[in-house]
Design a protein around this ligand. Structure first.
Ligand code: GCU
Length: 671
């Protein structure tokens, strides 16, 4: 069996903490404040981590100590690190000695990994004393894993890193040691919840909720030592398909009782279970619409079932008509989530988190931020991101997404003086993201895609972090002792790679243009005459979707000021989103000074040149990394270059044919 790549936790990452030692201070574990199920296991994990370093815990004479104190004594110096004091910790450095104090084993584990991540830097510099706490208590990863291998999607829907780490041969894996290693990686970046099955819940996977609960409990056992809770995606039709009831109507008393009993059984089996994730009335999944009910009715029914157990319902806002007639110009998929959900603000129960994709369409390389995030002040909201690179190169292309996510998190829906998206989801809600992990020995297929998983965890914990600093952090941990040339090379290859991908794919925010079904590679008209609602409307004169209030679908009106006007006007709409909001002639002049058509040509040539540079950069440093990493990255970069070239040529040729306008610089465009 090949060994699994250590990602950001190679032995060397612990060298500094092993050499210098660290004080870990915890209140009396007999009655830890904020005690949750799993505290004993997490404490045992800390002891194991300590022992593995060759250090020992104990009260005297050792460099790493778990000091048991009375709860009040340990809690006081923490103040009240919002929002979840059970996760915040205090980091103190005095004359090079580091002490972490926390009010729960989970928080102490966060603090321990904080020191590990800092490495030598944790011990260097002036004395310091401060508290650290996550911006949100919900930092979740969603796995779109199926138990069975799906005939079209494979085992992991939109999975680009092999099969599932949870399931094999039609059941939960016997050996879950890999899941435990995964839990450790996730804990080291602050993830606290994992949903373990696909949001499209097929018949086999529906049974995880009932017949297979014992098996789900085994997965929960593998996550628990690292303080991570398990969630399940459930089917809204479960009372019928699993329970044999004649209906799934959320207002039916029999249906409500079925869900209550189902929840009771889950929490009887897994005391610290997290809750349910639901994709309802979306892309063929069942939901409350069949009974004339709305999404609040559906979500609140489940809330009633999970509430007695302290559980949560993550109810997805990804609801739209996927059987649209392409001839119908009045239906705009981008409007759908807001139209369905904004009117329900204030009706969702406290235990419901409405989970909103970052953009109004579907994880495109460039979309405006979803207006739903600004429209539901009385609802707990989670921002949904996609670490798996469905539309951003499918882990064959090196694309660092930390920069893209940071832009979303820092965006201010009410203008410069208002709150950010991170503030909006803030303490009450949180973040969720589709994982990019599979049973591949590098975890993520492309070894450099590990950076995205790392960055997601770090930004979920602290959305104000600079994503480029986070990238450097990842480089330092994953390539310990890297010479400057390697660090610089990796940085150069990745730091602007999101923008590079944008350059050679769908221009100016127009989106899609991918091969239908698998979504890899260019197909400009692939979705143009389909029922999916993702059109670009290119003709001989121009391109783009008119979403203005004046002449289009009115989508701009879903934003608060100033954005409703910024996007509405051609004068002020940012170039990178122009074709998302407006239909313009190819000769329209951008703020950059270029015409739309020349921009298309220039960016596509530049995108491929950048990928050529990425290949050269890698070749200049590949000798400095382990041979298996060098080889895998080399193979993927070759594919990225092939694919980027194909994108360039198809997109350029398509628009040359449509517009008849040649490249001002006379480069090769196939006719
Ligand atoms: C995308 C993706 C689907 C997925 C869906 C979702 O449309 O292509 O595979 O099921 O998003 O988020 O539910």
């Amino acid at each position: 069996m090949t060994t699994v790549h250590p990602a950001w936790l190679p032995d060397e990452a612990f060298a500094a903490v092993a050499r210098r030692g660290v004080g870990l201070v915890l209140p009396d574990t007999a009655t830890p404040p904020g005690a949750g199920p799993g505290d004993a296991e997490v404490l045992a994990t800390l002891r194991d981590e300590v022992a593995a370093l060759g250090l020992h815990d104990g009260p005297t004479g050792l460099r790493l100590e778990l000091v048991h104190r009375e709860p009040s004594e340990a809690r006081d110096p923490l103040g009240s690190p919002a929002p979840d004091s059970s996760e915040g910790f205090r980091f103190r450095r005095e004359r090079g000695h580091v002490t972490v104090t926390a009010a729960s084993p989970r928080a102490l584990l966060h603090g321990y990994f904080h020191v590990v991540r800092l490495g030598e830097a944790a011990f260097a510099g002036p004395d310091t004393d401060g508290t650290h706490a996550p911006a949100s208590a919900l930092r979740m990863l969603d796995h779109w894993d199926n138990v069975d291998v799906h005939p079209v999607m494979g085992q992991v829907e939109r999975g680009y890193a092999g099969g599932s780490i949870f399931y094999a041969d039609g059941r939960v894996r016997e050996d879950l040691s890999r899941v435990r290693e995964y839990a450790r990686l996730l804990a080291a970046v602050g993830i606290d919840r994992v949903a373990i099955n696909n949001v499209n819940v097929h018949a086999r996977e529906a049974r995880l909720l009932t017949d297979d609960l014992g098996e789900v409990a085994r997965i929960a056992d593998a996550f628990r030592p690292y303080g991570i809770r398990v969630h399940l995606s459930v089917s809204f039709a479960a009372p019928m398909t699993l329970g044999g009831l004649p209906t799934s109507d959320p207002l039916d008393e029999g249906v409500r009782a079925w869900w209550r009993e189902a929840a009771d059984r889950v929490w009887d089996t897994i005391g610290d279970f997290g809750g349910f994730v639901v994709k309802a009335d979306s892309e063929g999944q069942p939901g409350p619409f069949a009974y004339g009910r709305d999404h609040a009715d559906g979500a609140n029914m489940l809330a009633e079932a999970v509430a007695p157990h302290g559980g949560l319902v993550h109810w997805r806002a990804f609801v739209y008509n996927h059987t649209q007639d392409w001839r119908d110009r009045s239906t705009d998929r981008a409007r759908a989530a807001y139209d369905h959900f904004a009117p329900l603000d204030g009706r969702f129960a406290d235990t419901v988190i409405v989970q909103v994709k970052h953009g109004p369409l579907d994880f495109q390389v460039r979309e405006p931020v979803s207006p739903v995030l600004a429209a539901m002040p009385r609802t707990r909201l989670a921002l949904e991101l996609q670490v798996t690179q469905e539309y951003t190169g499918q882990q064959r292309h090196a694309v660092y997404l930390g920069t893209a996510w940071s832009e979303v998190l820092r965006w201010r829906p009410w203008g410069d003086e208002g709150a950010t998206v991170a503030d909006v989801v803030g303490p009450a809600g949180g973040l969720a993201a589709v994982s990019n992990v599979g049973d591949d020995r590098f975890w993520t297929g492309h070894p450099l895609a590990q950076a995205n998983l790392y960055a997601y965890g770090r930004l979920a914990w602290d959305p104000t972090l600079d994503p480029v600093d986070v990238l450097d952090e990842w480089i330092s941990l994953t390539f310990p002792g890297a010479p400057d040339a390697l660090r610089a090379g990796l940085h150069l290859l990745l730091d602007d790679s999101w923008r590079t991908y944008e350059l050679y794919t769908a221009p100016l925010g127009v989106g899609f243009m991918v091969r239908p079904g698998h979504h890899y590679g260019p197909d400009v008209d692939g979705y143009e005459y389909t029922p999916w609602g993702t059109y670009h409307f290119a003709d001989r004169d121009g391109i783009g979707v008119d979403r203005t209030r004046a002449t289009g679908t009115g989508y701009t009106g879903q934003y608060p000021p100033p954005w409703r006007d910024v996007y509405e006007s051609l004068e002020t709409c940012p170039d990178e989103l122009l074709l998302f909001f407006h239909h313009v002639p190819y000769t329209h002049v951008l703020h950059s000074g270029s015409t739309v058509i020349q921009h298309v040509y220039d960016t596509h040539f530049e995108g491929v040149e950048r990928v050529e540079r990425m290949v050269r950069t890698w070749e200049s440093v590949a000798d400095l990394v382990p041979a298996d990493v060098a080889l895998r990255v080399r193979e993927r970069l070759a594919e990225q270059l092939r694919s980027a070239t194909e994108w360039r040529d198809q997109v350029n040729t398509y628009f040359f044919r449509k517009s008849g306008i040649p490249d001002a610089r006379g480069r090769t465009i196939f006719s």
